[in-house]
Structure formats: C-alpha cells, structure tokens
Design a binder for this molecule. Structure first.
Ligand SMILES: Cc1ncc(COP(=O)(O)O)c(C=O)c1O
Length: 326
C-alpha cells in the first residue's frame, strides 16, 4: 500500500492495456495518466524542478514560468503548489478549458497568448512572451521544457525501463512527439538494450517537428510549430504523421469500448494500427505510449459540435463505422 505525503510521489508505471480487440492487432498501450497531474508530463516536470533545486536556480522567491499547451503546466503547477513556489503558465487559445481551470484551482496563474507565429502555431509567441517576462524580473525561472536535458533524461530513467521490464522482447515502440522528451529518453534507453528495438516517432500532420509543411492543428499535445531542440533524428527509425481526423476516429473508437484517452493517444494508436497493418506482425511485440486520459478533451475531441465545425460531419460517421467494423 503506497502512502505518500507529496502529490508527485505517486506514479503508476506498470499499467498496460492489450488493445488487440479494439485495433485488430497485438498492441500494448502503456498508460501514463495515473498520477495526480494526470499525464506523462509529471515525469519531466519532477526531474526538471529537482535539477533546478540541486543547481540552486530555484529559491523561495522564485516564480516558475513555462510555456505549455497544458499538461506540463498542470504537472509543474502541482509540484509548485506542493513545494510552495509560485507558477505562471503561458499557454494559448488551444489549451483546453478544463486544463486551464485545473491550473487555476492549483493556485497557478495562467496567461493566454492569442497571436499566431509565422508557422501558424502559437509556440513562437508563447516563447517570446516567456522571454519578455524573464527579462522584466529576475525572480522568474524558466525551466524550458524544449531545451532542458532533464526532460528526456526523466524518460531514460523511468519510461524506458518500465517498458523494458514488462516487455524484454520488445520489437517496436510507438512514441508521440511534442518536445520529443519522451521520444528521446525512450530511444536512447533502447539504443543500449540487448536487442534491436524499432523506434517509431508519431507526429501530427501540420507539425513541422520533422520537417514538412506547417498546417492547422487543433488538438494539443503532439506536434510542434518549430523543430524540437531536443530532437536527435539519428535515434529515430521512422516517422509517421497522422491526420487529426484519424486521431479523432481512433479516440472515439477506443471511447466506445470504455477507454477514454486524450488526443495524442488517439494519434499514436492510429499510427501504430496503420503500421501493424502494413507489416507481418505475427511474432512482433509492439508497445505504444498513452500520455493522458480523455476528460480534458470533453469539450474538443469528444464534443460533437466542435468536431463538426472543424472537420465536417463525416468525421463522426467514419468513427461510428470504424466502431461497427471491429
Ligand atoms: C497529451 C500529450 N501527449 C504527448 C505529449 C508529447 O510529449 P513530449 O513533450 O515528451 O514529446 C505531450 C506533451 O506535452 C502531451 O501533453
């Protein structure tokens, strides 16, 4: 029986779902949402805060500031609340309402930027905003998830070994890419594993993380409107880009079977299902990572009007057909 006194001291690291009955292929999904921050970002946040404390960067007067589409903000905000730091999250209009309310409930401040950057995203604007805050007052401390080595290191020390422990015969791992902290940590961990593991990065169409044309992206979590500074492509064997329509279909397909996941999980499972359908997978052990659950997306991915306005009616019909087919 775990007994904790700080909210960041609990994280369920060994929960996997067998998705074969839903996606038609043997695929294990690692669930990263079962902690008090509700997402995989707890790992990076904890590591980055602890390193900053060790390095003497954080003091009693410090105000943590971070650019986040939501989940890292919640994780940092939770840690800040527990440790007595102030926290200001700079996010944008794509941040889910419930995520923003969550941070405010934790006593955090949330600033929302509205101007798009030259790639049609908000990241450039958010980072400029954070830089200006830091220049205005030296109490602001920006841990910078985009460049902080603690971000990928957290996954090298936790997510990678947690998967390896349950699946020592792993063949292929599907990882969604935002900052690429999860991707790089797992990829570097499995590079030194006793057998080759194929690392498949999953990105959304419209993201420029791995090159390509920028485009509209409405689902937060995956994808970047710049090249991720942490990304080392030599560690990645393959990149799959997923259309948001396919993300939505997969999210709704899983939800109809009782598994309510966030948008990035739909993206990763969609890519993995597609990959497994194109390969001979009779003896393949495949794992994908689910960064969060679906409650934070009830007013987007799971809301009929939002979907119809953005993607048209067909996206719902296709989701229901996919459900009926399985
Ligand atoms: C829901 C969700 N999925 C995926 C990711 C991407 O993880 P990473 O930043 O480690 O690439 C994030 C990052 O914030 C996220 O919030």
């Amino acid at each position: 029986m775990p007994v904790i006194s700080a909210p960041y001291d609990f994280n369920q690291g060994d929960l996997f779902i067998d998705l074969e009955s839903i996606c038609g292929h043997l695929l294990y999904l690692k669930c990263e949402a079962f902690n008090f921050a509700g997402s995989i970002k707890l790992k990076a946040a904890k590591r980055m805060v602890e390193s900053a404390e060790r390095d003497g960067i954080l003091g009693p007067d410090s105000v943590l500031v971070e650019s986040s589409s939501g989940n890292l903000g919640v994780a940092l905000g939770m840690i800040a609340a527990s440790k007595g730091y102030r926290f200001l999250c700079v996010t944008d209009s794509r941040c889910n309402l419930s995520t923003r309310l969550l941070m405010e409930a934790l006593g955090n401040e949330v600033h929302i930027v509205a101007d798009q950057d030259s790639n049609g995203g908000f990241l450039g604007t958010r980072i400029e905003y954070v830089r200006a805050l830091c220049a205005s007052d030296d109490r602001y401390v920006w841990l910078s998830q985009y460049t902080n080595e603690g971000n990928w290191w957290a996954h090298y020390c936790t997510t990678g070994p947690e998967i390896a422990r349950q699946f020592p015969e792993l063949d292929v791992l599907f990882v969604g890419a935002g900052t690429t902290g999860t991707l790089m940590g797992c990829a570097r961990y499995f590079r030194q594993w006793h057998r080759p593991v194929r690392i498949v990065a999953v990105d959304s169409v419209g993201s420029v993380a791995f090159g390509g044309e920028p485009g509209r992206r409405m689902i937060p979590g995956l994808g970047m409107s710049m090249r991720p500074p942490l990304l080392d492509e030599s560690c990645v064997d393959e990149v799959i880009r997923v259309e948001e329509r396919d993300t939505i279909r997969m999210c709704r397909r899983m939800a109809r079977r009782g598994f309510l996941f966030g948008g990035s999980t739909g993206t990763v499972v969609s890519a993995a299902t597609d990959w497994l359908a194109r390969h001979d997978t009779r003896a393949v052990t495949a794992v994908a990572i689910a960064p969060d659950l679906g409650e934070r997306y009830l007013d987007t991915v799971y809301q009929t009007n939002w979907l119809q306005d953005l993607y048209g009616d067909q996206v719902l019909d296709a989701a229901d057909t996919a459900q009926a087919d399985t």
